[in-house]
Design a binder for this molecule. Structure first.
Ligand code: NAD
Length: 282
């Protein structure tokens, strides 16, 4: 029997819990999202994040900048947010327009306000197995969802497909810290199907609709689909869900799997940074 890993349900529990905590606070946590340019998908993500933040009771602001904005102007905005004691959490929505140096921008965020673990300070701590201020939202959300269903990671053979700095790379490190044996695959991996079909858990974060077919999956495997691909037929994951589902023991749907967990973790990280900063002031 296949169990659907219900990210929406799990995320809603987290959101309700944060809402209850926030009602009791005199001063509300404050999240600022910087969005540069007109990427339509980014705009939807940012709006959804703000809606959720407002529902919880946070103060939430979007700084919208045109794609023609200079790097210096973005940096100025970040320095102002870093210095503003009212701001607890800063997120720069990626991707940035091609003419903007992403490294320069994300590195400018004060690590104590770095809500998605973008800075080398926080990522470095994560890589070394220490505690960064917060963990990156999507990998943290995937681990939380697996934990919610009591899925044991220790000793499991896990393939993470996709090595981006925000999903695949940190996720592979966190899984190793949970004592899984991790294979990190990417666009130059040879014989991906052969390797993937041996794995206990397959996690796909590549951004290609329905790329993962049943040939990539062994019987009884667990499948986590991170992909969000906007196609003419609507939102599709990386995994060909209908074909793969019956072969798996657990699988995430798209939508309703990893996506809501990412937003819930962004909200949880905002609260976590708020609490860290409050304790420093006391
Ligand atoms: P990215 O777009 O930066 O990189 C894609 C990765 O996939 C690269 O490492 C590349 O090597 C690998 N790849 C590409 N083609 C491949 C192939 N044929 N075989 C094996 N590997 C291949 O990655 P990203 O920003 O992590 O995004 C990946 C997907 O996840 C996108 O669809 C994105 O929208 C989605 N995403 C979803 C969430 C969520 O909350 N659900 C969060 C972040 C990203």
């Amino acid at each position: 029997m296949t169990i659907i890993l219900d990210g929406k349900l799990c995320a809603n529990k987290i959101i309700e819990n944060l809402r209850t905590q926030t009602v009791k606070l005199d001063k509300k946590p404050n999240l600022v999202v910087i969005q540069v340019g007109n990427n339509p998908a980014s705009k939807i993500y940012v709006k959804n994040k703000q809606k959720k933040a407002e529902y919880i009771g946070y103060n939430s602001y979007i700084i919208e900048l045109p794609s023609s904005v200079s790097e210096d102007n973005i940096l100025e905005q970040i320095y102002m947010l870093n210095d503003n004691p009212e701001v607890n959490a800063i997120l720069v929505q990626l991707p940035l327009p091609e003419n903007i140096n992403q490294q320069k921008i994300t590195e400018a965020i004060d690590p104590i306000k770095d809500v998605d673990c973008f800075t080398s300070y926080n990522f470095g701590w994560l890589a070394l197995g220490y505690n960064p201020y917060v963990l990156p939202c999507t990998p943290k959300g995937i681990l939380r969802l697996l934990d919610e269903y009591s899925i044991v990671l220790e000793g499991k053979n896990i393939i993470v497909i996709g090595r981006s700095n925000i999903v695949g790379k940190p996720l592979s490190l966190l899984l190793q810290q949970r004592n899984a044996t991790v294979t990190m695959a990417h666009s130059r991996t040879e014989n991906l199907k052969d390797i993937s079909s041996l794995m206990d858990i397959v996690i796909s974060a590549i951004g290609m609709p329905h790329f993962i077919t049943s040939q990539y999956i062994k019987d009884g495997a667990i499948v986590i689909d991170v992909g969000i691909n906007r196609t003419e037929e609507g939102l599709k994951g990386d995994v060909k869900f209908d074909e793969v589902k019956d072969k798996t023991s657990y699988i995430t749907p798209v939508p309703g799997g990893v996506g809501p967990m990412t937003i819930a973790m962004l909200m949880e990280n905002t609260m976590q940074l708020y609490n860290i900063q409050k304790n420093l002031i006391l």
